[in-house]
Design a protein around this ligand. Sequence first.
Ligand code: PLP
Length: 287
Amino acid sequence: MLVLVDEPRRGRPGRPLRRVAADEPHVLVTDLGITRGDGVFETVGIAAGRPQALDAHLARLARSAALLELPPPDLGVFRAATLEVAGALADAPSAWCKLVLTRGPEGEDRATGWAYGEVSRDWSRERTDGIAVVTLTRGYASDVTTSAPWLLQGAKSLSYALNRAALREAQRRGADDVIFTSTDGYVLEGPTSTVVLRLGGVLVTPPVEAGVLPGTTQADAFELLAARGAATRTRPVRVAELADADALWLMSSTRLAAPVRELDGRPVAVDAHLTAEINDALAARTS
Ligand code: PLP
C-alpha cells in the first residue's frame, strides 16, 4: 500500500496525496535518498487500522529532518498519508507504515515523500521466548551529539547500512539483535530499537544526549508503566550495569517489547508476566 506525497515540504502548495501501485517505479534514480541515503524516515506501528504514537513519530520525523537540514516536512500531509495507509490495512491485527522524506533528485528544488505500509510479520515468538543479543561498539563516545553533530547520531536518517551490517554481525555470532555501546563505556540503543533495563526495581533507559533516538515505544511503555505505579528513569547507563539488570528489553514500533533472554552468550531472566503486560498495553494504544 503506497501513497505518494507530491509536495512533502511545509508551506508549499502542492497536489494532494496519490495512492499508486507499489510494484511500479515512482522514484528517480538520481534521488538523493537513494544515491546517498540523504533523507529521513519513520516506521509507525498500526493496530487494527489505528496508527500508534503517530504524534511522536511525526515530531521525530521533523526533528530528524532538522538535524539533516532538510526542509521542514508538512506533518499534516504525512499524517493524512499515514491514515490513508492505516485505513487500507485495517483488516490486519497489526501492520506498519514507513514514512520517507528525501532531499529529492540531485540538482532539483524539490523533496520526495511517501508512505508505504504492509501487514506485519508475526513477532509472538520473539515477544514470548525472547531474543539473543550481543553488544557491539558503535565506535563513538557518548558525547558525539555535541562533539561531532555532523555524524547525525539521534537522527533517523535513511543511512541504515551500518545498522544492517551490525545485525548481520549479530547473526554471525549466533544472535538475533544488537545493543550498541559507546567507546567510553555507555549503553546506547539497538540498530532499530531502544534499550530498557530493570535495575533494582527501576525501569531505566539511556538519554537522547548519548546519541540515541527518542524511542516512541519506550516512551509510551514508560508512561503506561508509570501510570500503574512502576518507577521509571532516563539516565546514562554504564555497560557494566547490563550484567546487574534482572530484566532487559529492546523496544520498537513493530516488534514492541522483545525481552532479551541471552546477552553476549550469558542467560538473562525473562519476566514473561511483565513483558506480556507491556505488550498488551502497547498493542491496545488507540493513538
Ligand atoms: N533506535 C533506533 C536506531 C531505531 O531505528 C528505532 C526504531 O526503528 C528505535 C530506536 C525505536 O524507536 P521506536 O520505538 O519509535 O520504533
